[in-house]
Design a protein around this ligand. Structure first.
Ligand SMILES: *[C@@H]1O[C@H](CO)[C@@H](O)[C@H](O)[C@H]1NC(C)=O
Ligand SMILES: *[C@@H]1O[C@H](CO)[C@@H](O)[C@H](O)[C@H]1NC(C)=O
Ligand SMILES: *[C@@H]1O[C@H](CO)[C@@H](O)[C@H](O)[C@H]1NC(C)=O
Length: 424
């Protein structure tokens, strides 16, 4: 148990209920990764694992000039793998996920983790799936310049310093400045001459992708092909099983605390309650750049935090179903099907958009692009026999229309369904 992530997990039980929502993305992603590691004892996968390459962290020194700091005042960072061959002028950016912090207390906890401070970030991370430089794992983007942007502001790279406390509370809300500093650095490294580029991210990073997509586009040459891909970032503005608007209230607090409204579309913020405008349904109304949405229909993070947050299940009726879709009874499956319908409804406009793409598989999972097993491998989840990598590639390069919507659970045998009842 030398791994600091594992040590962090053992502290989990002491956390208050409220903190749970915030750090849960990071937590569940780590669990997911661990589960895949355990599954990888299966002889079909070791070559995929050994093909994951470690890429060093670069601290963003230019961030000092504009005060673009992580929550704790440390420098933000990114990992960069240079492109080669025909990919030399192409760029893929991927924004890390990890939930949000909605209060001084939860941001203070976060600033003592890698999601709030570069002092705690791993110096080497593995580049797999959409980040991989192996064509067998990443057929379309393997030779591009690939950047993983670390997430350390707690507000999807969209907070503003005006809302910081002037009374000595040491928390930096500089998400938007971090985004600008990262762009400025990458533009100077060659992004400004990109011929093709794709901004992507998972979970809170998928949301950041949607928020910054048009700005990304506007920084790059007019004649370049620029698109955006949000993985597990399509959070729904749905009530929980008691009818409380838990997610909406949570986002309301994040916006208030970190001044996020300034990063959202003015047209939306003028028209409605600003915290509505951070939901992807509203964001994509105003995005001009072509978008692809990868999202499982039964995204376990959304089920555990939007549909059935722990507070909404005081009697534990959902306890097992929240942890594994195999454990849900027929009434619960009915509720999950309703959630899937809400997702499809929210995506119906994008479905009609000629430039849009989507891959909505009926799996109980969360992020799927940065792991070889879910992005592109012999055992990957598929819809109509296509992997996520093939669908995204078909859309990006305009090879064929790419709007894949799976039949409802339990029809797809290719799913990687998470099972948190095992060994947790
Ligand atoms: C600073 O201001 C915030 C917000 O008003 C408050 O919650 C916090 O307790 C204050 N901190 C100190 C040290 O006074
Ligand atoms: C959620 O809804 C229930 C029943 O409608 C209500 O009693 C409870 O106070 C609500 N909880 C929160 C946190 O709003
Ligand atoms: C599915 O695709 C694989 C290659 O990706 C191919 O070998 C296989 O024959 C296809 N299966 C069907 C049923 O089309």
């Amino acid at each position: 148990m030398a791994n600091p992530r594992l040590r962090a997990l053992t502290r989990w039980g002491k956390w208050a209920k409220k903190d749970w929502a915030i750090a849960a993305v990071g937590f569940t992603i780590i669990l997911f990764a661990l589960t895949l590691l355990f599954d990888s004892r299966n002889p079909a996968t070791p070559d995929l694992l050994s093909a994951q390459d470690l890429v060093p962290l670069t601290l963003l020194h230019r961030a000092k000039a504009t005060g673009a700091f992580c929550l704790d005042g440390s420098l933000p960072g990114y990992h960069f793998q240079k492109g080669f061959g025909s990919g030399s002028n192409n760029w893929l950016l991927h924004i890390e996920g990890g939930g949000w912090c909605n209060s001084i207390e939860t941001c203070n906890i976060r600033k003592r983790t890698a999601l709030g401070s570069s002092n705690y970030m791993d110096r080497l991370v593995s580049f797999a799936g959409i980040l991989s430089r192996h064509p067998s794992q990443n057929p379309d983007f393997y030779n591009w310049n690939i950047v993983k942007i670390r997430y350390c502001d707690g507000a999807s790279l969209a907070g503003h310093p005006e809302s910081e406390f002037k009374n000595g509370t040491k928390l930096f809300f500089r998400g938007h400045l971090i985004w600008e500093a990262i762009m400025s650095e990458l533009l100077s490294l060659g992004l400004s001459k990109a011929k093709q580029a794709l901004l992507s991210g998972c979970s809170a990073g998928g949301l950041a992708t949607l928020i910054h997509c048009d700005d990304f586009r506007d920084h790059l040459p007019k004649d370049a092909t620029i698109k955006c891909l949000a993985d597990a970032g399509f959070f729904l503005d749905e009530p929980d099983v008691l009818g409380n608007r838990t997610m909406s209230a949570f986002y309301h607090d994040v916006l208030q605390l970190q001044g996020v409204a300034k990063s959202l579309h003015k047209k939306c913020v003028r028209r409605m309650e600003p915290s509505k405008c951070i939901f992807p349904l509203e964001i994509i109304e105003n995005v001009r750049t072509p978008l692809f949405i990868v999202n499982p229909a039964y995204d376990f993070w959304q089920i555990q935090h939007i549909l059935v947050p722990t507070e909404s299940d005081p009697h534990g009726y959902w306890r097992r179903c929240r942890l594994s879709i195999q454990e849900c009874d027929s009434t619960q499956i009915g509720t999950l099907q309703g959630f899937r319908s809400s997702l499809l409804k929210a995506l119906s406009k994008l479905e009609k958009d000629k430039e849009g793409g989507m891959f909505i598989n009926s799996c109980f999972v969360h992020c799927q692009t940065w792991m070889a097993e879910t992005w592109h491998s012999p055992n990957s989840p598929r819809i109509n026999n296509k992997t996520i990598a093939e669908s995204v590639g078909d859309w990006y390069f305009g090879r064929k229309p790419s709007k894949e919507i799976d039949c409802p659970h339990p029809c797809n045998p290719t799913c990687y369904n998470m099972d948190f009842t095992r060994g947790v």
